[in-house]
Design a binder for this molecule. Structure first.
Ligand code: ATP
Ligand code: MG
Length: 405
């Protein structure tokens, strides 16, 4: 099909005023970013639609990239025709002939944003419908559930024809809700939490704790590769790695085993919060789900959360594991998440952590440590990189070996 443009319809149309302007300009920026590298495109954002003129570019490639852009409700590959109705009839018929197969039904659905056009909506529906009906022998007209809906949009600059409406990613354009840090492990849950945060317009930066030599280089690469998967939805993402070895070793050697996990998590939260502050993030997201493991009981959350007032958002907190896995599969992080490279928490996980830690006790045990020194030394070792959409870090060889394990 000779599509000339992709017509993009915005999500959450209730947004008004300044929010709407921000929505559209962010979406414009994000669309421009994901389509980067496809030549000749021109992107024109309007108040109620965005038009992406193809100028000969491959529409399938454009559509597959658009699928991952939050803030898009639906989109339609379209052909722009002049306002000459004879021309409209001719192109509409060609379009119909290309998709029609025996036994199919159709209807014409017209919208006019330009009310000065010579024909009104009904006249266009009728005249175009009649023409197609006589030119394609055997085609049926069906108002309720047609196989083909021929969409006609009359605008000031021309008439747009299309035959499909494709569902977009929904949500809000990444960046409209501000910036936050995501605590990203190598597991299944935190990438899903990140996806859901981005879907609500949040721009994320990844904070990942690692503990060499207890955790392998591959554990770090895996977290970066997961970041690459998420970056396909947002554009490049800042990845912040935080050394956690000294803290874990110290806690393990000096504190009672029952509180190992709680106090480790308090340190993670503190460090993430300081990093958030340095980066002007507004909140912290993580992949905790209520009751999933010992560190995720409400009592644990109370004891861990106490180190900060920053909003801690947990997008998967009330989901079942199966629901989380379903999303992980949809966004293609699942296979990567289940690769067996242990991250720092698994390595230092006590055999029986307290599921109901006591906050006062946690504070008391912790106070025996040089909290500030540990935090400052960890911060001094922080490194940052930018991860590109779908960037890979693990060698294929590594993946094959882990498949055999
Ligand atoms: P996930 O599948 O996301 O690893 P999980 O069910 O394995 O989650 P935990 O290991 O208890 O749960 O971790 C709970 C949350 O703490 C994670 O979802 C993540 O947000 C954060 N977290 C855990 N380990 C790390 C890490 N190494 N670096 C950064 N954040 C982490
Ligand atoms: Mg984990």
């Amino acid at each position: 099909m000779n599509y000339t443009e992709i017509m993009v319809r915005y999500g959450e149309l209730s947004t008004k005023g300044k929010n709407r302007k921000d929505f559209i300009s962010r979406l414009n920026g994000n669309v421009t970013k994901v389509l980067n590298g496809i030549d000749n495109l021109s992107i024109r954002p309007h108040r109620d639609r965005m038009h992406i003129q193809l100028n000969g570019a491959d529409y399938k490639e454009v559509m597959s990239r658009l699928q991952k852009v939050f803030g898009i409700q639906t989109f339609s590959p379209s052909i722009k025709v002049s306002r000459d109705f004879e021309e409209v009839k001719k192109v509409a018929l060609e379009m119909m002939k290309e998709i029609y197969t025996e036994g199919m039904s159709f209807k014409v659905n017209t919208k006019r944003s330009d009310h000065n056009y010579e024909l009104d909506t009904n006249e266009i529906n009728l005249q175009l419908g009649d023409y197609i009906y006589t030119e394609i022998p055997g085609i049926a007209v069906e108002m309720r559930k047609p196989d083909i809906k021929l969409l006609v949009e009359v605008r000031g600059d021309g008439i747009y024809l299309s035959n499909q409406v494709i569902k977009g990613a929904g949500g809000l354009p990444v960046g409209t809700a501000g910036k936050a840090e995501l605590m990203l492990s190598g597991g299944i849950d935190s990438p899903v939490a990140g996806f859901l945060a981005m879907k609500r317009g949040v721009e994320l930066e990844m904070v990942h704790f690692y503990s060499p030599p207890y955790t392998s280089e591959n554990a770090l690469k895996k977290a970066k590769e997961l970041t690459g998967k998420l970056a396909a939805y947002s554009g490049p993402i800042k990845f912040i790695s935080v050394p956690f070895t000294e803290i874990q070793e110290t806690i393990k050697s000096e504190l009672p085993e029952g509180y190992l996990m709680t106090i480790q998590r308090r340190f993670m939260m503190r460090l993430t919060d300081l990093i958030r502050k340095n980066n002007d993030g507004l909140a912290i997201f993580n992949g905790e789900a209520v009751g999933q493991v010992a560190s995720q009981t409400l009592e644990s959350m109370v004891a861990i959360n106490e180190v900060t007032n920053t909003p801690i958002l947990r997008p998967v907190s009330n989901m079942d594991k199966t629901e989380i896995i379903k999303i992980a599969e949809d966004i293609d992080t699942f296979d990567l998440s289940v690769q067996p490279y242990e991250d720092c928490c698994t390595v230092f996980a006590p055999p029986s952590p307290k599921t109901r830690p006591n906050l006062e006790k946690a504070i008391k045990f912790e106070s025996e440590l040089d909290i500030d020194g540990l935090v400052q030394r960890s911060l001094a070792g922080v490194t940052e990189t930018i991860v590109m959409p779908n960037e890979t870090f693990l060698d294929e060889k590594d993946e094959e070996i882990s498949d055999l394990l």
